[in-house]
Design a protein around this ligand. Structure first.
Ligand SMILES: C[S@@+](CC[C@H](N)C(=O)[O-])C[C@H]1O[C@@H](n2cnc3c(N)ncnc32)[C@H](O)[C@@H]1O
Length: 316
């Protein structure tokens, strides 16, 4: 816990839980990971850019739309993309505890590179979970099968036969699978409207998917890290399962979305610890609000601040 304090002191913390055990950062993923002490993290759950925004088309709600998710999702070429994956996965390896595990989502655009980097860096791959989406969008080109799955690679830093044993709650998973060994194909619906009520993220993952990974591979109060947090789904899963977290996101609008979502989640859970805002950052968000849409969002944020303040007064 003493080591973690170093991270807590970072000026880029934009949100922290009142118990000062969970944080949200606004940094480039590599800078964020570099600020974390070695061998200090129990689990990493992350959904990195798939680097598939190549001006192609897909189908959303029956309409033909550009596949582009944002500049952050553009490929820089095979070599550069693999170097990027190797760099952040190398930092993940350093920060994980000796028996720590990492979960990484991906489609064919990224999991081959991520899998190769995992092997090159000395991780041991434990599973390639297939997340099956029940209602995938149709394939517009009709020149191949419609994509209906994503792969979630699960790996550990502990070599085979090492004294360090990674956590796997086998019995809990077996029970959840109706008394049989849980298979590596998981049919889970994509994030629904309720998970998007605080704003949308183009690649948002369902909390149920993250929740299962976290419950399978960590214990209560373990520390979970997500360097590419997006809409903060990992934070929500951690709050629901009683795990501590360090989230990071580089795009300001998604930092804001995450903060709103986490604060709302804290209000909903009776036994949760409310979050607090870091004042300087709130001021900088206000100056960022140029469009009326952003102003509405900031107003909502302000309500959350008021709520937290009220709770603090009541608690005193
Ligand atoms: C695939 S999305 C994560 C979505 C998230 N799992 C969710 O459920 O909302 C990847 C995120 O990484 C962020 N990102 C991309 N490159 C980054 C970088 N170098 N450092 C930090 N964040 C980055 C993007 O802004 C995007 O929100």
């Amino acid at each position: 816990m003493e080591e973690l304090t170093q991270t807590q002191l970072s000026s880029t913390v934009v949100w922290q839980s009142e118990d000062a055990l969970s944080y949200l950062y606004h940094l480039d993923a590599l800078d964020f990971l570099r600020s974390i002490p070695s061998d200090s993290v129990d689990c990493i759950w992350t959904d990195p850019p798939y680097l598939l925004s190549n001006d192609g088309f897909t189908c959303v709600a029956g309409k033909r739309v550009k596949v582009n998710k944002g500049e952050w999702d553009r490929s820089q070429g095979i070599e550069a993309d693999h170097q990027f994956n190797t760099d952040w996965l190398s930092e993940c390896y350093r920060v994980l505890k000796p028996a720590g595990t990492i979960w990484i989502t991906g489609t064919l655009h990224v999991y081959l590179s991520v899998g190769m980097a995992l092997l090159q860096l000395g991780y041991r791959i434990l599973n390639d979970i297939t997340w099956e989406k029940p209602n995938p969008p149709p394939n517009l080109g009709c020149r191949c099968f419609t994509h209906s799955t994503e792969t979630v690679l699960w790996a550990t830093k502990a070599p085979k036969g090492s004294k360090h044993k990674y956590t796997f709650h086998y019995q809990e998973m077996r029970q959840e699978a109706g008394g049989k060994q849980m298979k590596s194909v998981w049919k889970i619906a994509p994030a629904g409207r309720d998970e998007k009520q605080f704003g949308k993220h183009p690649t948002q993952k369902p909390v149920a998917l993250i929740d299962r990974c976290i419950r399978a591979s960590t214990n209560k109060e373990d520390l979970v890290v997500d360097p590419f947090a997006g809409s903060g789904a990992t934070g929500v899963a951690c709050l629901r399962t009683g795990r501590r977290f360090l989230l990071n996101e580089r795009e300001p609008e998604y930092v804001e979305l995450t903060r709103r979502r986490i604060n709302a989640e804290l209000k909903m859970g009776e036994n949760q610890t409310p979050g607090v805002w870091v004042d300087e950052e709130v001021a900088s968000w206000k100056s960022l609000a140029k469009s009326s849409h952003e102003q509405v969002r900031l107003l909502e944020s302000k309500r959350t601040v008021d709520y937290v303040a009220k709770r603090e007064v009541t608690a005193n």
